[in-house]
Every structure is written in structure tokens, then in C-alpha cells.
Design a protein around this ligand. Structure first.
Ligand code: TXA
Ligand code: MG
Length: 318
């Protein structure tokens, strides 16, 4: 989007307007106790793609899905005893839990970057809670700042970075925690601390009755191919070949723009649509068991993030 950004007060009228904008796929920045989030309907792939466009994010990292309560979480993921313990103790609050997705969860594949797990959080901020109630659905929300800039802890910070690029900012003053949520991955054998944040590790370990494991430092090779997030990214099983004009007879072709192909990211050449469909189509092509050829995607706007992801999918496997 390119236009003027509405500044909304955190009252009934502002909340109604914010929920209505989110309902039609627009982006609304809203306060949480940690930092301001850039919210979009987590079920709407186009809206989620707009988040990456607005932030100018050069790669697709999975996003945190914000929910009104733990019941909403139980419907989306396979719940566990540890999840119950941590949710009971720390939700609502600055804690994000990564859990395995249930079938039929309804979230866009761009939110999870094609993974079979999702990061969930129930924020404590009264305005965030009121917005989630009013909207009545899951909100994907990374911090509301342009990629590579510092996280916003006031509506002014958000406006300084994103004015004109998002539909609205719901203004409710400064954030109290000011540091992103702590992320704990409960999808594996033992609880893993993925990101230190607003909730310290000691009370988490006390509640769990066991120490949190730490993420092993990335290997030299991981550093080169995928800074930070290598293990958590979906990679097709089949080999992937990029910038293909003519596929080999055994390959399926992922197209872009008008062309003959097995699946098309966007027949009209729209990068937002392509981003929204990317992981879904990669999964679908991977299910054929054939090698995947991919047509060229322009390196402009969201094309950067799309190509980053495609290059990772095509990189030699460790
Ligand atoms: O405090 C916060 O958490 C803020 C406010 C707005 O709620 N949100 C936030 O969201 O920081 P975001 O999307 O920027 O953080 C996403 C983090 C990334 O480090 C990402 O790698 C991790 O969560 N993440 C998301 N889904 C994941 C998954 N399925 N597995 C592992 N990590 C995941
Ligand atoms: Mg951030």
C-alpha cells in the first residue's frame, strides 16, 4: 500500500475501525506489552505477504500468531502437558510457544514459512486483547518496524518507519516490556529456548521443572547459506533448479507470469500473490516426488524475499 496511514485511538471507535481494516486484509499496527506489532489476518496469505512488503523484509521468516486465549491455541496445534503448564503460568504475557500444527488449522502457509509448527502468543496488553476479541481471529504480527531497524515501542516509532505503508496505527502509548517475547519451542523432545526475551528463563524453568535447552550455535556452513534460521525452514525433498526457461522432461515447473507450467506463483506476475502462494505450491510440487524447476522471479519488492527463499530451497543440502 502507498497512501496515508490512519492514526486510531485505543477506544471503541478506533478498535472497531482497526478490526474492520484487518477484516479486509489491510495491515494495522497495534500495541502489545512487548513491542508494537504489525498485524494482519493470519489466515489471509495476501495480507501476510503485505507484511513482508511493508517491512521490506528480504526473507520469509515464520511469524508469531497472536490469539485471544489458550482455547484458540488448542484448536490450532497439538497441545501438550508442557504447553498447558506454561500457558497457565504465563499467558497472557510475553511468552511465545512453538507447537506442531493440527490438520485443517486454516493459517496461511506464509505465516509458518511452510513449516509444520507455528509460534503462538496470547498478549497481555489490554488494547491487543480488545483488538483480538473484536477481530475474532488469529493475527500474524512481527514487530512493526522496517526490516533491520530497531523494534518500535511507541506509535511514533511505528509511524517513523512505516507511515504511508500500512493502513493504520492503533495508538496506546509506550509499551511496558519493550523487548520481544521469549520463544520456547515445545515441538521437540525437550523444551528449547529459541529466543531470549521479555520473560526471563528462570521462571520458565521453575514452572517446567526442568532446564530449557539452548539452540546450538550455527555451523560455519549454516552461516553462509541461511543466517539464523536454517533448521527452522521448510526445504523441499526434491532438488530445486532456479531461473529455468525450459524444464527437463522429468521436472515439474513452478511458473511466474503467463506461461505453461505445473503450478503458477502468479499468472498475472503479481509478487504479493506469488509470496502468498509460495510455500503452498512448493509443498504441492514436492508431493509429486519429481525434481522442481522454477521460473525466474524479478528481484524487485517482495521478489527479493521470494528469491531468497527459493535460493535456500535450491542450495546444496548439508
Ligand atoms: O514480542 C513479540 O514477540 C513481537 C510482538 C509484536 O508480539 N512479535 C515478534 O514477532 O517478535 P516476529 O514475527 O518478529 O518473531 C518471529 C520469531 C522469529 O525469530 C521466528 O524465527 C520465530 O519467531 N518463529 C516463528 N515461528 C516459528 C516456528 N514455527 N519455529 C521456530 N521459530 C519460529
Ligand atoms: Mg522483529
Amino acid at each position: 500500500m502507498n497512501g496515508s496511514t490512519e492514526r486510531l485511538a485505543a477506544d471503541a471507535e478506533g478498535l472497531a475501525r482497526a478490526a474492520a481494516l484487518l477484516g479486509r486484509g489491510a495491515l494495522v499496527a497495534f500495541p502489545t506489552e512487548t513491542v508494537y506489532g504489525l498485524g494482519a489476518d493470519a489466515r489471509d496469505g495476501q495480507a501476510v505477504a503485505e507484511i513482508y512488503a511493508a517491512k521490506g523484509r528480504p526473507s520469509f521468516n515464520p511469524l508469531i500468531v497472536h490469539l485471544a486465549d489458550a482455547d484458540a491455541a488448542r484448536k490450532l496445534v497439538h497441545w501438550s502437558d508442557s504447553a498447558e503448564v506454561l500457558a497457565a503460568a504465563f499467558w497472557p504475557g510475553p511468552l511465545t510457544l512453538v507447537l506442531p500444527l493440527r490438520a485443517g488449522h486454516g493459517l496461511s502457509t506464509l505465516v509458518t514459512a511452510g513449516l509444520d509448527t507455528v509460534a503462538l502468543r496470547v498478549p497481555e496488553h489490554p488494547t491487543a486483547r480488545a483488538l483480538l476479541d473484536r477481530f475474532g481471529g488469529p493475527l500474524a504480527a512481527p514487530s512493526a518496524n522496517p526490516s533491520g531497524r530497531i523494534s518500535p515501542t511507541s506509535a511514533e516509532h511505528v509511524a517513523a518507519g512505516l507511515d504511508g505503508r500500512i493502513a493504520a496505527i492503533l495508538d496506546d502509548g509506550p509499551c511496558t516490556v519493550g523487548l520481544e517475547s521469549t520463544i520456547v519451542d515445545l515441538s521437540g523432545d525437550a523444551p528449547l529456548l529459541l529466543r531470549a526475551g521479555g520473560l526471563p528463563r528462570e521462571p520458565l524453568e521453575a514452572a517446567l521443572g526442568e532446564p530449557l535447552r539452548d539452540v546450538p550455535p550455527p555451523t560455519a556452513q549454516a552461516k553462509v547459506t541461511a543466517p539464523g534460521q536454517l533448521q527452522s525452514h521448510y526445504a523441499p525433498r526434491a532438488p530445486v533448479r532456479l531461473n529455468v526457461t525450459t524444464p527437463r522432461p522429468d521436472e515439474v515447473l513452478l511458473g511466474f507470469g503467463e506461461m505453461r507450467c505445473t503450478e503458477n506463483l502468479s499468472p498475472s506476475g503479481d509478487l504479493t500473490e506469488a509470496a502468498a502462494r509460495l510455500f503452498d505450491l512448493l509443498h504441492r510440487l514436492d508431493a509429486t516426488g519429481q525434481p522442481i524447476a522454477v521460473a525466474a522471479v524479478p528481484e524487485t519488492g517482495l521478489g527479493q524475499a521470494i528469491n531468497d527463499r527459493l535460493r535456500r530451497a535450491a542450495a546444496p543440502r548439508p
